[in-house]
Design a protein around this ligand. Structure first.
Ligand code: AP5
Ligand code: ZN
Length: 214
């Protein structure tokens, strides 16, 4: 199964990707996680992306498209994948199409901006695994520690309120047009499009996803 998770920053893409990976045994391709890993490793790619990400802007299409094309040809992606945070511009979606990378389902997470600003303030992440927590809505079993490894959780650099608001405006300008793009793709019979209410509790959203994906 090949799935695109589409939604604003903080809409719950990473959280539900963890659930879907476990349920369907397909890998999560999170461009944000890949870029953060590159920053940590100090690669050329990471150095190029760091300032742009910290400011809440988008990394260049060219760089991201290259990254995803390389990842998607790896063996573990041949049975399907979950795209989390990609595509997020029309040129990225076009590049995917031109490369012959088709998807079965596009899932749009609908969450109002004000809910997102509040969510981001409580987010804690485990960078090595991509697991995501929230102090109130999805707390770790032990304060400040990842459930599986016991390692420290961190706050993302781009989760400060003013950066979150900037990321939301970038989403509305550059990524929201993909809603129409993929609805047209669905009308043409190229994929299925589902819009879900991302304001419901984490497990309610997971149940809804599993019932629509089967
Ligand atoms: P990226 O890492 O992709 O960030 P994002 O899209 O902004 O999304 P987030 O990871 O912030 O949110 P999410 O939807 O995964 O929500 P989560 O599940 O964590 O990108 C970061 C940066 O990298 C970009 O700004 C850009 O610079 C660059 N980049 C990445 N991809 C790119 C691309 N394709 N092109 C160009 N640049 C790119 O949940 C958020 C919080 O809410 C958590 O605390 C969680 O526990 C909580 N939560 C989740 N679901 C619920 C729920 N149902 N109820 C209550 N709380 C919930
Ligand atoms: Zn995420």
């Amino acid at each position: 199964m090949r799935i695109i998770l589409l939604g604003a920053p903080g809409a719950g893409k990473g959280t539900q990707a963890q659930y879907l990976m476990g349920k369907y045994g397909i890998p999560q391709i999170s461009t944000g996680d890949m870029l953060r890993a590159a920053i940590k490793a100090g690669t050329e790619l990471g150095n190029a992306a760091k300032r742009v990400m910290d400011e809440g802007k988008l990394v260049s299409d060219e760089l991201i498209i290259g990254l995803v094309k390389e990842r998607i040809t790896q063996d573990d992606c041949q049975g399907g994948f979950l795209l989390d945070g990609f595509p997020r511009t029309i040129p990225q979606a076009d590049a995917m199409k031109e490369a012959g990378i088709n998807v079965d389902h596009v899932i749009e997470f609908d969450v109002p901006d004000e809910v997102i600003v509040e969510r981001m303030a409580g987010r804690r992440v485990h960078p090595a695994s991509g697991r995501v927590y929230h102090l109130q809505y999805n707390p770790p079993k032990n304060d400040g520690k990842d459930d599986e490894t016991g390692e420290d959780l961190v706050i993302r650099v781009d989760d400060q309120e003013d950066t979150v608001r900037h990321r939301l405006s970038v989403y509305h300008e550059q990524t929201k047009p993909l809603v129409d793009y993929y609805q047209l793709e669905a009308n043409a019979g190229n994929c299925q499009y589902h819009k879900i209410d991302g304001t419901k509790a984490v497990d309610v959203v997971s149940k809804q996803l599993s019932s629509l994906l089967g």
